[in-house]
Design a protein around this ligand. Structure first.
Ligand code: HEM
Length: 439
């Protein structure tokens, strides 16, 4: 494939444009890409370094894979580091490599398989809790489900009594994230919420270490992991705590959004919804789904993949160049920031004709083989790719199928749908849906 000439003249954005970017970054980045092409070079009046929005799959591959050593992670919200500390999502270099090596076994295919029953158990609990005719905010419902799933697979049986406490504290912390300036009183609340969360996690770690039992969950995996390639050292309590918190946060907001948007899209496409119901009924014949069913829930998986194309839970990724490097014909100076936007690339008509249309058939093997790898990167790629990709795919298929065995969700008429690109791509007003029995 030929790579179009990059356009590198730099646009310095005046205050009004800066405001437009902050107010509606999705439209702003989409327009920038359409106007300036595969490399959009700009600077912001309040930002000392140059920024580049890269819009070609080949350039995205360069940053994430081929030249990953030339870049470190860059976060638009610096406070993310106050929460995730030295956890996998934010750590760098050799320490990141070691922690990733230690955490990876917990996400191995065989391990994830053992989490499947936990996922459906919780989805069944929600399914039985729902009442026909009730109106719910599907974002909240999926948030509960995804949080309980990651909590119970992470901490196993220990979580039940602490789940509500953890849930409340985590939503406090996430709310604080969304505000750009924190007054001191809120800052104190934030520290207090973090301390409460630490206390719960440290207690679990202490109890687990004392019992010395491998419960087969993520917490046991993290505590038992030994660095065979390095010093054979295990993680300290502090490191286990940071990783547990990271996986907990990275692993539920994202999945919850993906599930919520899937329900919304299904409600808008009755013909796909009908095929989805047929697949669920035929594959499961009324049984609760199990790990082995996932391979047969082909359309269900495609619906999930297409939902995160249109509504990628992480809608942009930032990287900072640690040294001068070249991307295409463009020299990127050390210190510059490159932005890769899943939202923009996933809606590029060169790779996805009629990009706004919801079409799960884009995910047949044949359709996929005609596209470059990095035109779709909801889970990023390379050395910093999502550790939970397999987990999330299985969770998506199992939760959608389990809930759809009994219910369909109908968007409440007149409910406004608007995107809210924050840490994750949320629905600004939630997604109000009516629960209807399937007959
Ligand atoms: C649909 C659901 C999900 C999406 C779209 C998603 C997306 C991503 C993306 C894009 C990154 C990389 C960010 C970057 O390169 O800067 C990432 C990293 C990560 N994700 Fe996910 N994620 C999902 C679910 C999960 C789940 C379920 C877990 C764990 C249970 C998880 C754990 C992680 C971890 C630990 C990292 C950091 C990896 C590293 O830097 O080494 N994610 N995720």
């Amino acid at each position: 494939m030929s790579i179009p000439e990059p356009s590198t003249p730099k646009a310095t954005l005046p205050g009004a444009t800066l405001y437009a970017m902050r107010r509606d970054p999705l439209t702003f980045f989409t327009q920038l890409a359409r106007e300036q092409g595969d490399i959009a070079h700009f600077s912001l009046s309040d930002h000392e370094h140059d920024l580049y929005l890269l819009n070609h799959p080949d350039y995205i591959r360069e940053v994430l894979v081929t030249q990953d050593r030339n870049f470190t992670k860059w976060f638009a919200v610096d406070r993310i580091k106050d929460v995730l500390r030295e956890g996998l999502f934010v750590s760098e270099g050799d320490f990141h490599l070691r922690q990733r090596r230690l955490s990876q076994p917990a996400f191995h295919r065989d391990r994830i398989a053992s989490y499947a029953d936990q996922m459906t158990l919780l989805a069944v609990r929600l399914r039985e809790d729902w009442q026909g005719g009730a109106i719910v905010d599907v974002c909240r419902e999926m948030n509960w489900l995804a949080m309980m799933i990651v909590a119970s697979t992470l901490f196993g049986a220990d979580i039940e009594s602490d789940a509500e406490e953890i849930r409340a504290v985590v939503s406090d912390i996430l709310d604080q994230f969304e505000r750009s300036v924190l007054p001191q009183a809120d800052r104190d609340d934030f520290e207090h919420a973090m301390a409460r969360l630490d206390a719960v996690i440290y207690r679990m770690i202490k109890e687990r270490r004392a019992s010395n039992i491998d419960k087969g969950d993520l917490l046991s995996m993290l505590l038992l992991a030994e660095d065979a390639e390095g010093s054979r050292e295990k993680m300290t309590d502090r490191q286990v705590c940071d990783e547990a918190l990271t996986i907990f946060l990275a692993g539920h907001e994202t999945s919850a959004n993906a599930l919520a948007w899937s329900w919304y899209l299904l409600s808008q496409h009755p013909e796909v919804e009908a095929q989805f119901h047929t697949e669920v009924d035929r594959t499961l014949d009324g049984r609760t789904p199990r790990m082995n069913d996932v391979a047969n829930l082909v359309l269900t998986a495609r619906i999930f993949a297409e939902a995160i194309r249109l509504y990628p839970p992480l809608w942009a990724i930032g990287r900072r160049a640690v040294r001068e490097c070249r991307i295409g014909d463009c020299t990127i100076a050390a210190g510059s920031v490159v932005i890769l936007s899943q939202y923009v690339t996933h809606r590029d008509p060169r790779w996805f004709p009629n990009p706004e249309a919801f079409d799960p058939n884009r995910w047949t093997t044949e359709a996929r083989s005609g596209r470059p790898r990095f035109c779709y990167f909801p889970f990023s790629g390379g050395s910093r790719s999502c550790l939970g990709e397999g987990f999330a795919g299985m969770e998506g298929a199992l939760c959608l199928a389990t809930l759809a065995q009994k219910w369909r969700l109908k968007l409440v008429s007149g409910h406004p749908i608007a995107l809210q690109p924050q840490l994750t791509l949320r629905a600004r007003h939630g997604i109000k849906m009516r629960i209807e029995p399937r007959v």
